[in-house]
Design a binder for this molecule. Structure first.
Ligand code: HEM
Length: 352
């Protein structure tokens, strides 16, 4: 299989494990010129290089696209219509910092703490609806329903955006639209896939699953390992604002870089035994949430959702196994699971 074709073919990701390709690139050509289907770009596959690119927001801009275009139509779409310069994820410093300070208070640890109780109730409600059935499609019946976390006693996102001031002015309608959309999109697919990917990893690693059931205090490291292992966002792109030699490769102004996050998360130069799923892994500086300026604004919420769901599952379910083939999404952007039939037996221990 030709690496360039594979990495830019969404269907490849549905039917194949992309990790051997990334491993080959990390070893042989870690900054790899990739002849994409729509436009060529540099594939960055090593952890240190991905982190370096994330750390230079003015050299590697977010305002000219943060994903590799998957169709000629998207490539032709003016970047402003896609939210460039308006949606926080597609802005650069100093505007980015001003937006982040204005919007993000709903997603800081204290505000997210208010979702703990309502989130726990929502998880219990979702599981209650399926656990007595003995089987379900975990993605459709469980994981996809949680990221709509509602409740809490705080303000809502649209009011925060509607009242936000950036550099002494209110947001334009376009900015409100794009940023509202961004928080919703950012939170749906990703968390769902981390939850499904996490459960799949636990099913495939029964010893780790037993460890988690017997010792819930390992939950925090387990969550980080689930994030490293599942890496729900497959790539994030940047565009070079000027010519530069990057690890010996001649990057030109306007070149796109694809930072392959799951590859960085399996880099053997950073992680001991990276292909081993280890719920007690420490240290674990996984980069599933990115790094630097644009580090995921919803990371606290995502971790809370993962913790609540995993906690409830390990307490409420004994014996869980796959009941049919796992179907993956055709996408080189989101490492998604579309369907995951599971069979389980409910325990009757109370959820602590
Ligand atoms: C496991 C779940 C999640 C993963 C793996 C994830 C991953 C990421 C990554 C890799 C970035 C960096 C983008 C970049 O550098 O260009 C990011 C940014 C972002 N994420 Fe998440 N995300 C998750 C959950 C969430 C949730 C729950 C929300 C919403 C509440 C959210 C909202 C955002 C926003 C608004 C940004 C842009 C931050 C900025 O530009 O400063 N994400 N996310």
């Amino acid at each position: 299989m030709d690496i360039d074709q594979a990495l830019t073919d969404p269907a490849f990701f549905a039917d194949h494990d992309p990790h051997p390709l990334w491993q080959q690139l990390r070893r042989e050509d870690p900054i790899h010129w990739t002849e994409g289907r729509v436009r060529p770009f540099w594939s960055i596959t090593r952890y240190d290089d991905i982190v370096a690119a994330f750390s230079e927001p003015n050299l590697f801009t977010s305002s000219r696209g943060v994903v590799v275009p998957s169709s000629p139509e998207l490539e032709r779409e003016p970047s402003e219509r896609m939210g460039a310069g308006q949606m926080m994820i597609m802005t650069d410093p100093p505007l980015h910092g001003a937006m982040r300070r204005a919007f993000n208070r709903l997603f800081l640890p204290r505000a997210v703490g208010a979702y703990d109780d309502p989130g726990r109730r929502l998880v219990a409600e979702i599981l209650d609806g399926v656990l007595d059935r003995g089987t379900c499609d975990f993605v459709v019946d469980v994981a996809a329903r949680l990221p709509m976390a509602r409740g809490g006693d705080g303000e809502d996102l649209l009011s925060v955006l509607g009242n936000a001031e950036i550099n002494g002015r209110q947001l334009t309608e376009g900015e409100i639209f794009h940023n509202g959309f961004q928080y919703i999109i950012g939170g749906l697919e990703t968390t769902r896939n981390a939850i499904s990917g996490g459960l799949l990893a636990l099913i495939q690693h029964p010893a780790d699953c037993a460890k988690l059931i017997n010792n819930p205090s390992v939950m925090p490291t387990a969550i980080e390992e689930i994030l490293r292992w599942s890496s729900p966002i497959t790539h994030i792109a940047r565009v070079a604002t000027r010519a530069i030699e990057f690890r010996g490769k001649p990057i030109r102004e306007g070149d796109m870089l694809a930072l392959w996050l799951p590859s960085g998360n399996r880099d053997e130069q950073t992680f001991d035994d990276p292909y081993r799923f280890d719920i007690e892994r420490t240290p674990n500086e996984q980069i599933a949430f990115g790094k630097g300026e644009h580090f995921c604004a919803g990371a606290h919420l995502a971790r809370l959702e993962l913790r609540l769901m995993m906690h409830a599952l390990v307490h409420e379910v004994e014996q869980i196994e796959l009941a049919g083939p796992v179907e993956r999404l055709s996408s080189n952007l989101v490492a998604g699971i579309k369907h995951m039939p599971v069979r389980f037996k409910r325990t009757h221990a109370a959820v602590a």
